[in-house]
Design a protein around this ligand. Structure first.
Ligand SMILES: C[S@@+](CC[C@H](N)C(=O)[O-])C[C@H]1O[C@@H](n2cnc3c(N)ncnc32)[C@H](O)[C@@H]1O
Length: 318
């Protein structure tokens, strides 16, 4: 007898016991612990453990550890097609039995108990949840996660990429990021940060003549850049050139402020941008669907308030 045939017979004999088939019926759709199975099947732990071992020995089920518990389940998708056909035949018979119907009733009550436990947690912790969430996961992971709205096929431009923080945040979600900056020193930092990330291309260039061919990008960002540029209309016109029709631009910069010293300290040319100014820049360059939204201030931030402006390149009429 070849190996495959003998494996099918092993699996067949493990299902010959009705309790084992009932267990498999439960574990086909749910991950359960031994004690949960004991409650559903109304059997002692030693009996359930013995059956679980027999099922695991022929790979009907697999276990994984979670904290102090072991959770058992049928590894769906990993069972070979011959075994799957065998199981479907047995399942058709076993699910009609009164014992299996009782199991399903007790399973439903057990799952409802799990839900009640999490509902009880949320009703008692609603007032503390924000603090707990921040303690457990930090207060900005959801912002990083929003990059997941990007299309996986996109090519993005991070224009004025500086040390590459935006590029690093976006690269895992898209096909490619082209990161451009005029400063060799900034690009060195970006190169160090982005080492090992395959889908990033760093290019040195000016934003008034971006080194990217026409219509190459799906989306682009100018993050904390345009206040350094004497004529912000020029990089924005460049973005319109290098985007595909319908491509999106995201600008983040400062709202109007009076920190004159930034001109001396950091070479700022513009002390922020008002809503109307940003709208004119975007519509003037051929963007529609323009939105300008003030960002909520970060309690730890010392700089001026920021806005995000978004627009979509109008479809050209050829
Ligand atoms: C304040 S940094 C912001 C960097 C990055 N976007 C970020 O959010 O951390 C501005 C960057 O824009 C670049 N930059 C400013 N004007 C530029 C221009 N005309 N052409 C190319 N790069 C420019 C600077 O070299 C600098 O790296």
């Amino acid at each position: 007898m070849d190996v495959a045939t003998s494996a099918v017979f092993d699996r067949l004999s493990s299902l010959a016991d009705p309790t084992r088939s009932r267990i498999l019926l439960l574990l086909e759709r749910h991950e359960l612990t031994v004690s949960e199975l004991c409650r559903i099947l109304q059997l002692p732990q030693s009996t359930v453990s013995r059956h679980l071992k027999a099922l695991a020995d022929v790979a009907w089920i697999a276990a994984r550890a979670e904290a102090a518990s072991r959770l058992y389940a049928m590894p769906r998708g990993e069972i070979d097609p011959a075994a799957r056909r065998l199981w479907l035949l047995v399942r058709e018979q076993i699910e009609k039995t009164p014992a299996a119907a009782d199991d399903q009733r007790r399973l439903r009550s057990l799952l409802a108990g799990r839900r009640t436990k999490s509902q009880a947690f949320f009703s008692s912790s609603a007032g503390r949840w924000d603090r707990m969430r921040d303690e457990l996961f930090g207060d900005r992971f959801h912002l990083a996660a929003f990059a997941g709205f990007s299309d996986a096929g996109w090519t993005l431009g991070d224009l004025g990429c500086g040390t590459g923080r935006v590029t690093a945040a976006l690269a895992p979600f898209v096909r490619k990021v082209i990161a451009i900056d005029g400063s060799a020193a900034m690009l060195r930092e970006a190169k160090a940060r982005l080492r090992g990330i395959q889908n990033v291309e760093l290019r040195r260039g000016e934003l008034e003549s971006v080194p990217i061919n026409d219509g190459q990008l799906d989306a682009a960002t100018l993050m904390l850049v345009i206040h350094h540029v004497p004529e912000p209309a020029r990089p924005i016109a460049e973005v319109a050139r290098i985007l595909k029709d319908g491509g999106r631009l995201v600008i983040v910069d400062m709202l109007p402020h009076d920190r004159e010293k930034y001109r001396r300290q950091m070479g700022h040319i513009w002390l922020g941008f008002g809503d109307d100014h940003v709208r004119r820049l975007l519509t003037g360059a051929g963007f529609g669907q323009v939105k300008v939204v003030a960002l909520p201030p970060d309690a730890r931030a010392k700089g001026p308030a920021l806005f995000v402006a978004t627009g979509q390149k109008n479809v050209s009429r050829r």
